[in-house]
Design a binder for this molecule. Structure first.
Ligand code: ADP
Ligand code: ASP
Ligand code: MG
Length: 403
């Protein structure tokens, strides 16, 4: 008996049958004497559809209005799930993000949770209600509806679990757990029994969408164990925790991120301050830089290339074109046909040759590497987007098929 937070993603509530299935899981948990808070996402592709609708009318609409629209998806889900739970004969109340006390920053479409005022949640639980909360949304200090960024419902669930000191936080999804690669793309992907926060955080940040990276960050901070499992089968899932048992694997997974663009600038003057000026121009417009490559200077000039999120590519190009002209640099080129493929694993810290194994897999398949970046527990390469799926499969086979 205790307090359990359960989160269900879009596919898990995509139609009436799936909503009833979720109601069954939730009420089975409640029936055992537990208090249950359920966090749900918008049904199926609702969020994508809403974005399309917005773009049809005005792609340049303010983010405030986009949030107002996007938050509607989760509102539908909570009401439908509450109705399904009522149908099974259990006491339930549905709450929007603001009703559940989600106070966020005012950065619309990518807001961060500042705190959860949990009074309402607690009083509903005291009344032994099952509480169904809309994921992905909150309210800013100006009283406006905000959303937490795509995939943000995971973070809503983890935040509630932390605020209420829940005994268990279960993230139900459409696959049976966290795998060594996207199980929909890589046939031999293996389900992991456990994974550490640090590895999961890297995988999530590098493109494995199974968990929102901020949910992992928060779980780590509060040392909350997460269980990722399927809403459709009874198979045991993956536990995300501080230290995971090494299953004799050099790496724990391969991830792909296609939301990247590369910018290169040639013939920059090779003198102090140039790199600083480029990156400060970008950061003043909130453009984050990821992988950076600088060539060895020659004839008093150097070249620089770096990656940004795809949606920031054009804006970065415009900014830098202007600057390049000012300082008499060569050309600025934007390439949107790139993808980042990464391997993640704590084993890398203690085993040599992990990166070279990855590079060998790419060489075997004649895939050219454009850029490389590494940290203690990951290696990422930038490659042509058309090679990305092939690269993920080849790297995955290299590390996992022989075992
Ligand atoms: P939900 O709607 O439940 O939040 P998401 O679509 O956000 O589900 O995340 C689940 C999906 O993440 C899976 O269907 C799978 O295709 C994808 N995925 C990518 N990488 C991985 C991985 N390493 N392990 C499991 N799933 C992954
Ligand atoms: N519905 C939102 C999205 O599609 C939030 C989520 O699924 O977690 O991004
Ligand atoms: Mg998700």
């Amino acid at each position: 008996m205790g307090l359990i937070v359960q989160k269900f993603g879009g596919t898990s509530v995509k139609d009436a049958e799936r909503v009833m299935n979720v109601a069954k899981i939730v009420t089975d948990t409640y029936k055992k004497g537990n208090n249950v808070v359920v966090v749900v996402s918008a049904q199926g592709d609702t969020t994508d559809d809403l974005i399309d609708k917005a773009n049809e009318i005005n792609p340049d609409a303010t983010n405030r209005e986009k949030d107002m629209l996007l938050a509607a998806g989760e509102q539908i889900s909570i009401a439908l799930l509450a109705m399904a739970i009522q149908k099974l004969g259990y006491p339930v109340v549905s709450l929007l993000g603001w009703q559940a006390g989600f106070e966020t920053t005012s950065m619309h479409t990518n807001a961060r949770i500042r705190r959860i005022n949990s009074e309402r949640l607690k009083s509903e639980l005291d009344r032994r209600n099952i509480v169904v909360v809309a994921g992905f949304q909150g309210i800013s200090r100006y009283g406006d509806v905000t959303t937490l960024g795509r995939g943000g419902s995971d973070t809503s669930a983890v935040a509630i679990a932390c605020a209420l000191h829940a005994d268990l936080c279960q993230i139900y999804t459409d696959v049976e757990g966290v795998y060594t690669a996207d199980p929909r793309k890589v046939k031999n992907a293996k389900k992991l029994g456990e994974i550490s926060y640090d590895e999961m955080l890297e995988l999530a940040t590098l493109g494995a969408q199974v968990l929102h990276n901020r949910s992992v960050e928060m779980a780590k901070k509060y040392n909350l164990e997460l269980e990722v499992l399927s809403s459709l089968t009874n198979a045991p899932g993956t536990i995300v925790k501080e230290t995971a048992k090494m299953e004799k694997m050099l790496i724990s997974g391969v991830a792909k991120d296609t939301n990247v663009a590369r910018i290169s600038i040639t013939e920059l003057p090779d003198k102090p301050g140039i790199v600083f000026k480029i990156f400060s121009k970008l950061s003043s417009k909130d453009i984050n830089i990821d992988i950076i490559l600088q060539s060895v200077g020659r004839d008093n000039t150097k070249d620089i290339a770096f990656t940004v999120a795809k949606e920031k590519g054009k804006q970065a190009l415009e900014l830098l074109n202007e600057y390049a002209r000012e300082i008499g640099a060569g050309s600025v080129v934007l390439d949107e046909n790139v993808a980042k493929v990464s391997i993640v694993g704590a084993g890398m810290e203690t085993h040599a040759g992990v990166a070279s194994k990855m590079f060998e897999a790419l060489y075997d398949n004649q895939i050219n590497i454009q850029m490389i970046s590494t940290s203690e527990i990951k290696v990422s390469v930038l490659i042509d987007i058309n090679d990305a799926d092939r690269a993920v499969s080849a790297i995955h086979s290299k590390f996992f098929d022989a075992e």
